[in-house]
Design a protein around this ligand. Structure first.
Ligand code: TXA
Ligand code: MG
Length: 318
């Protein structure tokens, strides 16, 4: 198992040696390595068992650092980063050649983000390089939102997990790219569409395609837990699956089942997002055959939650 602790100096030393370290962010835990070092980036792909066609996000301490690695920055970027950095917003920007092609899977854009977590911001400010960091889970599985989640799956492959406690947002960053300077959302995430549109005006969304060459990681089953997920009206689904042991994943309703997880009894979408991945992981350890789940309201963070539920339910799309 990996060591879990809050020793930033130790994390820094490992990263400077070209090793990978799990780091906390406000969204999910990341598996970080020196983004400018091809051997460190290769280790990230190996530890996650991630195909090299799926590009990584590069984490920076501020917008100034983002300028060191990117070109032709659209005007909307300054307005977006003024409002939302540090925070759950990843921007796809034209990369400078200092960013290895391996990081971007050969694309000419790089995903850049400034995470909002005190420990990781301090770490980034002390390092002389940015950190490439995908979510710290095996490829295709649910993202980790606690150090324990990381340790359970990657603990025997990495030396250190920087402990920043449970993630505040609980769902990955929103990914925004640009075409002719017009913003396009490629992945719904911890920053809502409404918040982005308040700054930029109406944006296009291209987040649900399974064969979108702009976002190769947007495979339908990207967030699959180990159990089969079926989405619908829970009461109807319970009629259809009476003979099976089922887990129930609801937004607010309490069915008094031992195998249920209520995302937010008070109906708060932020709380629901925080709990979603912990719930999906918890079901994996229960003696059930299926997870019966319902959509949450499709507004604000609800869109990102529903997107993850849809992907969790699509197990056979590789
Ligand atoms: O919240 C987050 O974004 C977390 C934390 C650790 O920062 N990271 C994360 O990384 O979710 P990952 O690798 O699990 O998901 C990144 C997604 C992938 O689906 C990838 O395909 C897409 O971002 N991506 C990265 N760079 C891209 C690029 N240049 N063009 C299109 N898609 C890109
Ligand atoms: Mg991921």
């Amino acid at each position: 198992m990996a060591e879990i602790g809050t020793n930033i100096e130790y994390a820094k030393t490992l990263l400077e040696q070209g090793e990978v370290v799990a780091i906390p962010t406000e969204t999910v835990y990341g598996l970080a390595g020196n983004a400018l070092n091809v051997s460190a980036v290769t280790k990230i792909f190996e530890v996650k068992n991630r195909p090299q066609f799926d590009p990584l996000i590069v984490h920076v301490p501020d917008l100034e650092a983002a300028h060191e690695y990117t070109l032709d920055i659209p005007a909307a970027v300054k307005r977006l980063t003024d409002q939302f950095w540090p925070g759950p917003l990843t921007l796809l920007l034209k990369k400078k050649s200092i960013i290895p092609d391996l990081v971007t899977s050969g694309l000419d854009t790089v995903g850049i983000r400034c995470p909002d977590h005190a420990l990781t911001r301090q770490l980034l400010s002390e390092l002389s390089f940015p950190l490439a960091a995908p979510s710290a889970n095996p490829f295709g599985y649910v993202s980790p939102t606690t150090p324990q989640h990381v340790n359970e799956q990657l603990g025997d492959k990495i030396a250190y997990i920087l402990d920043g406690g449970p993630c505040r947002v609980g769902i990955e960053s929103t990914i925004v790219g640009f075409e002719n300077d017009i913003p396009i959302v490629y992945r719904m995430g911890g920053l809502s569409l409404e918040q982005i549109e308040n700054v930029t005006g109406p944006v296009q969304v291209q987040a649900h395609s399974t064969s979108n060459p702009q976002a190769p990681g947007q495979l339908k089953s990207h967030y699959a837990p180990g159990k089969k997920v079926i989405i619908g009206n829970i009461i109807d689904l319970l009629q259809q699956y009476p003979a099976h042991a089922t887990g129930l994943l609801t937004f607010q309703s309490d069915f008094n089942s031992p195998f249920q997880f209520v995302l937010s009894p008070s109906g708060d979408l932020e709380e629901a997002a925080q709990n979603l991945f912990t719930a999906l992981r918890a079901f994996d350890k229960m003696p059930i055959d299926y997870i019966l789940a319902e959509f949450v309201p499709d507004v604000g963070l609800g869109r990102a939650i529903n997107d993850r539920l849809r992907r969790a339910a699509a197990v056979d799309s590789f």
